[in-house]
Design a protein. Structure first.
Length: 622
């Protein structure tokens, strides 16, 4: 074994990495986590979320087909002989995840209507395509165009009834609601997109005004219904997993966030009256890997809350990883391993100059024969995948089973390079674990210019002596902008947790795509942003929930320039934050111009009440 200390510090390699690595979130010897990309499973939903995030807004006629076409190809891949294979894999995956037996009868019943739905949606798509083509060629008053419009209106009516009656019923089979939940959320997305089309194209398709209003109200009611169902059964499933142990609980929380909560977080954006132009949105939730070594006795506690405290973070402002510090223990030669780590990060905007030093986890250099090393991540770079090696546990020995090497793949969206902690060890067998999400489309492995998640945090924990450590890795969605960039031709949503200063962050309700900021007596929120165009002005709008009518101050640093009224949306929000209908919009009547780079919200002192801020929206106007 090489005992040279240089072998244990970080080695930088600028060579381009091999993009053909296995695409696993975490692959254990027990094969606990399945391969998202090669088996289908929920990678199609990851692709759906990324596609919708990048395509939100009101396009010209013709562009909408891209969104619909993407959805159809994700859920009904043309290359598959079994056209419903993606839905079936999604359901089977969830069945395995929660360890609930799924019969062929239930699977058939759930998917029986899907082939017909796919054909109807495809026909609807072709009819829209024909309408667009004919209208451009012959004009709106041509009889062929009017006939196409009538056909489309008929399709919308039939499809709306099909979704509301048959499809959703098939995904709410009694006692199988949790197993079918990702499929339910995906079908709900297709339904809401259909209803959204009426708001966008209703007049062009010769819908009567009352029909347009009817379908808009239907969209509003079904959105509430779908969110309520998803939150209710997500939470029921989460509570059930507690009985199986924290590892299963964390796995369920992660995978159902990816396949359900991320999906419904976009539902509010489908309202074409609130979002009449292209919209930039972000998903800020943080999800955690399985704990490395969680199958080894002493790593995971029987105390549920102790595991939460040891391997996850409390609700917090969104952070950007800028440096990782590692401590290597040499006290148990010939074993040399990772015994502790510390995260260095910044709030938004991402900046290595304004770095925050996080708490230290594990054992530090105060132990003898320990050494310290770092890796740094540039402001324009992210860790988009990694793999680790740790000593294999060989029963019944009590030798160290800790990490000996980590390879971090870092991208600046132009190239990729590896940064290495530790080294290969020859004194004992090691186990490799890969941590990687599918690309944005959910169609394959992530690459340096196409990835859906980035590493945001790492925790080392030793609760059973220094020879056994558990390691937790946190990831965030790649849709999040490091600089809070606002655009002159889009509505820009900035989640409140991307503020650089605020009074308090609390757990989100499940349908906001992340946690939310709580403002109460004397509380404030400060947000920095960057405009891409000079001399452009923006109206500021909030998405919020409040248990009081309150006057909120708004302005710049150290200067409140105006006030706006926030109306009460509910009376018991703190105890029932999951209610979608509690969140409303308020136009602040505040205008920000080209000289502004910061926005401040302030709650008056000694005034009772609570205001939960989901998003701050910048709406361009002339």
């Amino acid at each position: 074994m090489n005992t040279d200390h240089d072998d244990d510090i970080l080695n930088n390699s600028s060579s381009t990495i091999n993009m053909a690595n296995k695409n696993l979130l975490a692959q254990k010897p027990q094969d606990y986590i399945q391969n998202f990309s090669t088996q289908g499973d929920i990678s199609s939903i990851i692709g759906l979320v990324s596609s919708v995030v990048s395509s939100l807004g009101i396009p010209i006629v013709g562009e909408v087909f891209n969104i619909l076409d993407i959805s159809l190809n994700l859920f009904w891949p043309q290359k598959e002989e079994d056209k419903n294979v993606t839905w079936e894999q999604m359901i089977k995956y969830t069945s395995d995840l929660i360890d609930e037996r799924l019969t062929e009868e239930i699977l058939f019943k759930a998917t029986a209507e899907l082939t017909g739905l796919k054909e109807a949606l495809s026909s609807y798509q072709r009819a829209l395509d024909s309408f667009s083509r004919d209208r451009n060629q012959y004009g709106s008053n041509d009889k062929r165009v009017r006939a196409s419009a009538e056909t489309i209106r008929s399709y919308i009516h039939i499809l709306h009834l099909t979704f509301g009656k048959d499809i959703i019923a098939n995904f709410t089979i009694n006692n199988y609601e949790i197993v079918l939940l990702p499929a339910y959320a995906s079908a709900a997305t297709l339904h809401l997109m259909l209803l959204r089309d009426v708001s966008i194209y209703g007049e062009e398709l010769n819908f009567e005004l009352e029909d347009i209003n009817f379908y808009y109200e239907e969209q509003s009611q079904f959105t509430k219904k779908y969110v309520k169902h998803c939150i209710e059964y997500y939470n029921k499933g989460l509570n059930t997993q507690k009985d199986r142990g924290w590892t299963h609980y964390n796995r369920y929380r992660r995978d159902m966030t990816l396949s359900v909560l991320d999906v419904i977080a976009l539902f509010s954006n489908y309202d074409a009256r609130i979002y009449p132009i292209a919209t930039k949105t972000e998903i800020t939730r943080e999800i955690y890997s399985d704990v490395i070594n969680d199958h080894i006795y002493g790593i995971i506690y029987s105390d549920f809350q102790k595991n939460e405290d040891s391997f996850t973070r409390l609700p917090h402002r969104f952070t950007w990883l800028s440096k990782l510090n590692f401590v290597t223990s040499n006290d148990f030669k010939p074993w040399m391993f990772l015994s502790g780590n510390q995260n260095f990060y910044s709030y938004t905007p991402k900046s290595s100059i304004n770095t925050v030093m996080g708490p230290f986890y594990g054992e530090g250099t105060d132990y003898p024969n320990s050494t310290s090393s770092d890796i740094s991540i540039a402001d324009d770079s992210h860790i988009y995948k990694l793999w680790s090696k740790n000593y294999e546990w060989i029963y019944p020995w009590y030798d160290p089973v800790n990490i000996t090497k980590i390879s971090f793949s870092i991208t600046d969206n132009k190239t990729s390079k590896d940064l290495i902690y530790g080294a290969e060890r020859s004194n004992a067998p090691t186990v490799r674990e890969d941590f990687e999400f599918p690309n944005k489309e959910g169609s394959g492995s992530s690459t340096f210019d196409n990835y859906s998640h980035v590493l945001s945090y790492m925790i080392t924990h030793s609760g059973f002596g220094r020879k056994r450590h558990g390691y937790s890795l946190a990831f965030t969605h790649s849709s999040v902008d490091p600089y809070n960039t606002i655009y002159p031709d889009k509505i820009t949503q900035i989640p409140s947790v991307k503020s650089y200063s605020t009074s308090k962050v609390v757990k989100g309700p499940g349908h906001t795509g992340g946690d939310v900021v709580l403002l109460n007596s004397g509380g404030s929120l400060s947000l920095k942003f960057h405009s891409t165009e000079d001399r452009k002005r923006y109206r500021i709008r909030l998405r919020y929930a409040s248990d009081q009518d309150i006057l909120i101050g708004i302005g710049r640093t150290m200067m409140i320039l105006s006030y706006f009224d926030i109306k009460k949306t509910g009376i018991d929000i703190s105890n029932h934050p999951e209610k979608y209908e509690l969140y409303k919009y308020v136009d602040t009547s505040y205008i920000t111009g080209d000289m502004d780079t910061e926005l401040v919200l302030h709650y008056p002192k000694q005034i009772p009440g609570n205001v939960f801020i989901d998003k701050i929206e910048f709406i361009p106007f002339d």
